[in-house]
Design a protein around this ligand. Structure first.
Ligand code: FAD
Length: 506
């Protein structure tokens, strides 16, 4: 790290990783530094939707919705192994928003941006439609509309992998402690005592952005952030079929029920203000709220016994005078710090990370060209026929892969393909090695060597979601493989173990 980097990005969440990838691809020398695991904070605790946000139309945020809707097609195309179109059923009930409003909203949603892969919306009769079987008979009509789904944690890793592939430096578990600017260069001290030099800094520390601007960069001109915790439950699978549900609540909020990891449902989210971003966890009140919210609709209600996992993340919202959490915009802002080459990123969504990165690069490297819209991420680089979109190409490639590796259970091949994309091919060809009870040794080596994994948590909850599927003995073998001590080997993953990383422990 002797040469100064053109760019230091503080924060390896989706925004930081996306900015670093874009910059590396434009020829800048880049360091991407995160205090914890890459993608270990908000960017692995989202609802995982690539969405415009139907509900934001209610707050007239057409610009944000249009930008995000257009981006759905791009992300589905460049990361087809970890994303897919997702249908949502929005049951209508007379006491909630009127039917004309839902019809107008879904129509607008269909028409605000170009759609190639994502289908359009339709009114449905829940007495006839398969989705209706999951719901109480009182719900007779509804709307089906489409968005996208993405594995958020893997999207971050894919971006970080491309940073490295394009010559960048990725430093996980490394806190940026202090940066001082003199003679055209930032001198940056890392939590482990090492230093590096950089010509420019982008602070993409998510919920920590304001704190990092103040304490690391020594700037007081970043906007104030309101930190809002959002929590999710993972339960036994609520219903068969591929639809997710978007359920309106009497308090005006929306709760999603999304098919998750084949056997489960993902339910979220709550919103409650928190004072600090570190070590957040879902409260029992939030869990009760979500169970009550879905039980207003479900034919077969859920109880606390159906919950297998919980997780929470923190959304940084820019404080807007007179607006509550629900009305506050989910759009991002880029803040130039006066007098120094440094910029702080605030807010944003998984969905808009790539356009956010382009906006950052437009500011800091205006003479370079945008390139990421048509460049598949690592793993999503499946061979394509002329004119074929990423989703179609991935399906074709997966079918060939399954046939080529008939010696393996097709479920294993599919799981690996939806995790690693094209990186599954060499693993399968070389042989997967020991089966630790649902995860293979070759996978663990891949996550360690190619994806910066250093603990069983990194693998079980972020590189994969195998924490939901493996039994305690298999988890113990994974932990032992990473050399973890006996105390953690007995921990049952079906307790709330997915916690927020706390920067500062570098
Ligand atoms: C409950 C919830 C649900 C959501 N659902 C969706 C959704 O469905 N779709 C969608 O598009 N968006 C969603 N979002 C929004 C989305 O998750 C966030 O916009 C996005 O993850 C923010 O990424 P980030 O990179 O800004 O922050 P983070 O992912 O939090 O990354 C910031 C990183 O900075 C690091 N850091 C902090 N301080 C330092 C330091 N001093 N040195 C080095 N590193 C440091 C942290 O370790 C962290 O990894 C949701 C958010 C929440 C909270």
């Amino acid at each position: 790290m002797d040469q100064p980097f053109d760019l230091l990005v503080i924060g390896g969440g989706i925004n930081g990783a996306g900015i670093a990838r874009d910059a590396a691809g434009r020829g800048l020398t880049v360091a991407l530094v995160d205090a914890g695991d890459i993608g270990g904070a908000t960017s692995s605790a989202s609802t995982k939707l690539i969405h415009g946000g139907l509900r934001y139309l209610e707050f007239y945020q057409f610009g944000l919705v249009r930008k995000a809707l257009a981006e759905r097609e791009v992300l589905l195309d460049i990361a087809p192994h970890i994303s897919w179109p997702q249908s949502f059923v929005l049951p209508h009930s007379p006491e909630q928003r009127p039917e004309w409003m839902l019809r107008a909203g879904t129509w607008l949603y269909d028409h605000l941006a170009r759609r190639d892969v994502v289908p359009g919306s339709a009114k449905i009769d829940l007495r006839q439609d398969r989705a209706g079987r999951a719901l109480l008979p009182a719900f007779r009509t509804g709307f089906r509309y489409w968005d996208g789904w993405v594995d958020d944690a893997r999207l971050v890793i894919a971006n970080a992998q491309d940073v490295r592939a394009r010559g960048g430096t990725v430093l996980p578990r490394t806190r940026v402690a202090r940066a001082t600017f003199a003679d055209g260069l930032w001198t940056v001290t890392l939590g482990d005592g090492r230093t590096l030099a950089a010509r420019r800094i982008v602070n993409a520390a998510g919920p920590w952005a304001e704190e990092v601007a103040r304490t690391v960069l020594g700037r007081n001109d970043a906007p104030a952030l309101r930190l809002v915790q959002g929590s999710h439950l993972v339960t036994r699978r609520v219903h068969l079929g591929r639809d997710a549900f978007m359920l309106q609540q009497p308090d005006g909020r929306i709760v999603f029920v999304i098919p998750y990891e084949r056997d489960f449902s993902l339910i979220g989210t709550t919103e409650r203000s928190v004072a600090a971003p570190g070590a957040v966890a879902m409260s029992d009140d939030e869990a009760d709220y979500l169970l009550a919210a879905v039980n207003r609709y479900l034919a077969r209600p859920l109880s606390a016994d159906d919950v297998v996992h919980r997780f929470a993340g923190v959304r940084p919202l820019i404080v807007e005078a007179g607006k509550g959490d629900r009305e506050t915009s989910r759009d991002y802002a880029l803040v130039d710090h006066a007098g120094v080459p440094a910029l702080t990123v605030v807010g944003g969504k998984i969905t808009t990370y790539r356009v956010l990165a382009e906006a950052v690069l437009k500011k800091i490297a205006p003479r370079t060209k945008a390139w990421t819209a048509a460049a598949p991420l690592p793993g999503g680089d499946v061979p394509r026929l002329a004119g074929e979109n990423g989703q179609a190409a991935f399906k074709r490639w997966l079918s060939n892969l399954t046939q080529a590796h008939e010696n393996y259970d097709p479920k294993i091949v599919r799981r690996l393909a939806h995790t690693l994309g094209t990186a599954a091919e060499p693993l399968l060809a070389a042989g997967l090695g020991d089966n630790f009870g649902g995860v293979f040794e070759a996978e663990l080596a891949h996550f360690r060597d190619a994806e910066w994994a250093r603990s069983s948590d990194d693998v079980l909850w972020r590189r994969t979601k195998l924490g939901l599927h493996l039994d305690p003995a298999a988890k113990a073998r994974v932990a032992a493989w990473f050399g973890e001590v006996a105390a953690s080997l007995t921990q049952d993953s079906r307790t709330p173990s997915h916690r927020f990383a706390t920067p500062g422990r570098a």
